[in-house]
Design a binder for this molecule. Structure first.
Ligand SMILES: [Zn+2]
Length: 286
């Protein structure tokens, strides 16, 4: 049998591991980078690279290297341009949302975010919907708005048994939690910068969507999974300064975005005190 040595010489041989595990010298790397400058990669090759890299994990060393990497202004501008107009897939959004849980924006980022959103018009505002379109929306929404399931109705009725009137109306001085003039402090805490930052972070993480009915926009609020008042009492918070320093109070993992209607339903079922994670889990299940 004849070996086809000629054919194989100088070309890639099956079984030969080219460059595997070899470290290139800095000089060599620089040369490769020089020669590649200005070259663009075809879509086909990109696809191949992506396929080849699938399932490969970066080593800790590589990850650390990437973490510390700083991009030049020019590169950042290019990256931003390349991303413009691209929509994130649902999968990517979910990943980002998980990554971002518990993360805080820096003050600088918050200011930037605010500037970007400032002057943005909600999708529905300024839209001149035709009469026909309005009619269609109205018909589509008739009777649809947050219908309570039979089970939910039962829970609400159970929760309200024995209570004088609707808890929802009992706010401020009439609230069950109004004791020793504490409410003004509660209001102060709720309106401080930290609180705004907390809410804003929750909105961003939850993509401005109610986590119960998944509707975006409208009147939204951030619900404290563990009651705001419980945290304040457990930590014996007596002043705004103490509140601002209490990390538990501003942990975004303790916040969840609900629309006004679902927030109301939640408290109708579970009341206003001793709220917890288990209640949220049950609420979101139904
Ligand atoms: Zn909702």
């Amino acid at each position: 049998m004849k070996l086809k040595n000629k054919k194989n010489s100088g070309s890639f041989k099956k079984g030969h591991k080219v460059n595997l595990g070899k470290k290139l010298s800095e000089e060599h790397k620089r040369k490769i980078s020089e020669s590649n400058k200005g070259k663009t990669i075809s879509d086909e090759i990109r696809k191949k690279i992506s396929l080849a890299n699938k399932g490969k994990k970066r080593s800790e060393e590589q990850k650390n290297k990437l973490k510390g990497r700083k991009f030049s202004e020019e590169t950042l501008r290019k990256m931003s341009l390349a991303r413009k107009g691209k929509k994130l897939s649902e999968k990517t959004k979910k990943k980002l949302s998980i990554i971002n849980i518990g993360k805080r924006h820096s003050k600088e980022t918050l200011i930037k975010l605010r500037e970007t959103h400032l002057g943005q018009i909600p999708w529905c505002l300024g839209k001149n919907l035709s009469q026909e379109h309005r009619k269609k929306i109205s018909i589509a929404n008739t009777g649809k708005k947050h219908p309570h399931s039979e089970e939910t109705k039962k829970k609400i009725s159970e929760a309200q048994k024995g209570e004088k009137g609707n808890n929802w109306e009992k706010r401020g001085k009439n609230s069950n939690s109004y004791r020793n003039g504490l409410t003004p402090l509660y209001l102060q805490i709720r309106h401080c910068f930290k609180s705004q930052q907390f809410s804003y972070d929750c909105y961003i993480r939850d993509n401005y969507a109610c986590q119960k009915c998944k509707e975006r926009g409208g009147i939204l609020c951030v619900h404290h999974i563990k009651s705001f008042s419980d945290i304040i009492e457990e930590n014996n918070i007596k002043s705004l300064e103490e509140a601002e320093m209490c990390n538990e109070l501003w942990d975004v993992r303790n916040g969840i975005v609900f629309c006004k209607e679902d927030h109301k339903v939640f408290h109708e079922i579970f009341g206003f005190r001793n709220n917890n994670k288990e209640q949220i889990e049950e609420f979101l299940k139904n």
